[in-house]
Design a protein around this ligand. Structure first.
Ligand code: NDP
Length: 322
């Protein structure tokens, strides 16, 4: 079968379109024919080496597809079932062997593309506003990269919870998408000082929570946007990692909270996986959660997809089609 492999860390050119053996499922595994593989920013970190993974490796942490073979010890799933998953390596491929307990069934009314888009970015937005910081009605929330894959979903979920959203984006076209998703205010952080804008918009009160996936370029100012007892949720490194921080500064700035969460802890149990994915799927079916599915690439063109994602050319979800 065809797959996208990384043999050595590097730029997008490190992605290699290769023939590899089709996996055969172990006793507790299911062989999934991948229909849609989600591309996520974390894939670029694993490719570049910012996040170390054993090499060589097939990239990709999220997909939706059809069950074509089940291991001997897998109850409850059969050939032809439509399934989706995240947190299992090897999704940039025609087939993937996936532990059965990582799979969820895709409900009627949700496509493979939506299924792939829902898992990693959808469950991330879910845990950020439902668990890491439980958004309450009236909370003021700062969301960076608001027109990105996670960003557009997080805006919608925060609005469902009754929060007020201040989004940041780099272009006016992205600002319009963030507004359409429900953002109350949008700041062009490429042109404006977002801290000064947050102060102006909130009449000097600041925000209760900052969801920061941009990292190095925004981290310090995001902290300075917080109100007393505010929570800084640093959950990504799109502009580079934050490498130095003095926790003593959190006190005089208002007894602030700082957390650096990862999805995999928030999906560690079967209960969490079912709770978060079923909420996301139900909201899609009910029309409460809109997915922006605009960027599709054939498997062989994964390099171009990574270039577009890292070049800030994409909005919403990027999908790879094997
Ligand atoms: P996005 O679609 O949000 O793409 C990244 C966006 O970041 C860009 O579109 C761009 O938006 C913004 N950005 C700001 N600075 C830069 C820069 N220097 N280079 C590139 N992009 C930049 O990606 P995802 O939705 O896949 O992921 C968003 C973030 O969330 C990532 O940092 C990812 O690692 C993180 N994440 C973390 C998880 C966790 O559990 N901790 C789980 C899932 C994702 P703009 O042009 O508007 O600035």
């Amino acid at each position: 079968m065809k797959a996208i492999r990384v043999n050595q860390h590097g730029g997008p050119e490190a992605l290699s379109f290769e023939d590899v053996d089709k996996p055969s499922p172990g006793g507790q595994e299911v062989l999934v024919k991948v229909e849609s593989a989600g591309i996520n920013f974390i894939d670029t970190y694993q490719r570049s080496g910012l996040y170390q993974i054993p090499l060589p490796a097939t990239l990709g942490l999220e997909a939706a597809g059809t069950v074509v073979e089940t291991g001997a010890a897998v109850p409850g799933l059969k050939n032809g079932d439509r399934v989706a998953y995240t947190n299992v390596a090897g999704a940039y491929a025609e087939y993937a062997a996936v532990p059965a307990d990582k799979l969820v069934t895709i409900p009627d009314g949700v496509s493979f593309d939506q299924g792939a888009a829902a898992m990693l970015q959808g469950c991330t937005a879910h845990y950020l506003c439902m668990s890491t910081y439980k958004v309450q009605a009236g909370d003021r929330c700062l969301i960076h990269a608001a027109a990105g894959g996670v960003g557009l979903l997080l805006i919608q979920m925060v609005k469902m919870l009754g929060g007020t959203v201040i989004g940041t984006v780099s272009t006016e076209a992205k600002a319009e998408l963030a507004r359409q998703a429900g953002a109350d205010e949008v700041i062009l952080y490429s042109e404006q000082d977002f801290q000064a804008e947050v102060e102006r918009i909130t009449d000097g009160q600041g925000v209760n929570v900052a969801f920061d996936s941009v990292g190095k370029a925004t981290f310090e100012k995001s902290i300075d946007c917080l109100s007393r007892f505010g929570t800084m949720v640093l959950y990504g490194n799109a502009s580079g990692p934050v490498t130095e921080f003095n926790p003593a500064t959190l006190g005089p700035k208002g007894s602030l909270f700082l957390t650096r969460p990862t999805l995999f802890d928030y999906l560690a149990t079967r209960g969490d996986l079912e709770w978060r994915s079923s909420d996301v799927f139900n909201w899609i079916v009910e029309g409460k959660l809109g997915l922006r599915l605009e960027h599709f690439y054939p498997l062989a063109e994964a390099q171009s997809a990574h270039e577009a994602l890292e070049g800030r050319m994409t909005t919403g979800k990027v999908i790879l089609k094997p």
